[in-house]
Design a protein around this ligand. Structure first.
Ligand SMILES: Nc1ncnc2c1ncn2[C@@H]1O[C@H](COP(=O)(O)OP(=O)(O)O)[C@@H](O)[C@H]1O
Ligand SMILES: [Mg+2]
Length: 369
């Protein structure tokens, strides 16, 4: 009987051994070819049980320099002031993740790693598996991106300011030079027309046409000046300027525009008043050009720490790709202005549902150098 059973038991044992060897060889291959550093620690003694070639390459210590050492006895980790505290944390928690851990290689270079540890039970021995990924390059790229964004932001602010200054300068020149010349021309012309006091209908109609032309040119000049830099913004303040702009909008485009201001004086400085005015100007121009709306609304509400600006219309609306598309310059400029004053913008629109733009603006904008 026994002689019959023996080979079966042996073959079961040998196939179990084979499976074990296969599993061990698979594990080894994974461990040795992993593109992350892996460190296995005994959770009770803090001794390093194994370390993979990738980590050896990353930190520059030999296999022997790791093996059997306590975590904080290896130079790379000894530099972390709280490495013993860190080990206690690994021991106490089943899962630990440090996003940016600075480690020093054997050659003295400082690298940043992402460190993730998991604790598991292996045949009664508690093992802490630490996965270590070098993210120095990624972090540098992130830093460079953040810096470059900050530079671009500063540049945008500078360009916007320069543009506003230029526009104000041109508006003044236009008003002072052309405007005054036109006024003088009109006075002279009226004087000349009076002197002529002609009854010839042909001459009278030409004089009337010239008079009309002078008036149209005066109006056009005033309008261009206002587009460039609304004089009212500087002379009478934001509230008067925006009221006048909304009234002119209704008059010019035949679209009633309700203006709701919950304060008579928002106390806005030049930066904020210009930014809010320009955002309203761009939004209303878009309504006139694209919305086919029968009604528009502009509201500014004082919410204590911030201002809430709403511009809405009941027109044709637009699709999501337009509200999110950053390549159309009107919207892009609007977003940049909002960004420049540290605000947030939300555009809610859909075909057939009109457009609702909400901008929240912190009152305390950091002074820009
Ligand atoms: N209030 C609105 N109603 C409907 N469509 C709008 C509105 N505002 C903007 N749009 C759409 O979004 C597009 C992008 O606007 P914008 O960036 O200001 O560029 P532009 O006015 O020069 O076309 C417009 O061409 C138009 O199709
Ligand atoms: Mg536009």
């Amino acid at each position: 009987m026994q002689s019959l059973l023996q080979p079966a038991t042996e073959s079961r044992a040998s196939s179990a051994l084979k499976a074990l060897r296969l599993s061990e060889s698979r594990y080894r291959r994974l461990f040795e070819t992993a593109q992350d550093g892996i460190l296995l620690l005994n959770a009770d003694t803090a001794q390093i049980e194994d370390v993979n070639p990738y980590l050896i390459d990353m930190l520059g210590y030999s296999h022997a320099e790791f093996l059997g050492k306590k975590l904080w006895e290896v130079g790379a980790f000894a530099d972390i002031a709280e490495s013993k505290g860190m080990f206690a944390e690994l021991q106490a928690k089943g899962y630990v993740r440090y996003e940016y851990l600075p480690l020093k290689t054997r050659a003295g270079a400082l690298i940043e790693v992402e460190f993730v540890s998991n604790t598991y039970d292996c045949e009664g021995i508690k093992v802490i598996q630490c996965n270590i990924r070098d993210i120095t390059v990624r972090k540098r790229a992130e830093q460079e991106l953040t810096e470059s964004k900050a530079h671009l932001h500063q540049l945008t602010i500078f360009l916007q300011r320069a543009r506003e200054d230029d526009r104000a300068h041109f508006a003044r020149e236009l008003h002072d030079e052309l405007g005054q010349n036109l006024t003088a021309l009109r006075i002279d012309f009226n004087g000349l027309a009076d002197c002529l006091a002609t009854t010839d209908p042909a001459i009278s109609s030409r004089l009337a046409a010239i008079d009309q032309m002078i008036n149209t040119t005066v109006d056009a000049t005033r309008q261009i000046c206002d587009e460039l830099r609304p004089g009212m913004l500087d002379d009478f303040g934001f509230e008067v300027a925006i009221t006048s702009y909304a009234r002119n909008f209704t008059h010019q485009f035949g679209v009633p525009c309700d203006l709701l201001l919950d304060s008579e004086d928002y106390g806005l400085d030049r930066l904020l008043s210009t930014a809010i005015f320009r955002i309203v100007q761009e939004s209303l121009t878009n309504i006139a050009r694209h919305a086919h709306a029968s009604h528009a609304m502009v509201a500014l509400q004082d919410r204590g720490d911030e201002l809430l600006l709403t511009i809405a219309d009941d027109g044709c609306g637009m699709s999501a790709d337009l509200t999110e598309d950053r390549k159309t310059y009107g919207m892009l400029g609007m977003r940049e202005r909002v960004d420049m004053i540290g605000g947030r913008i939300a555009i809610d629109s859909a075909p057939g549902r009109g457009t609702h733009i909400e901008v929240s603006i912190p009152k305390s904008v950091q002074p820009i150098p």
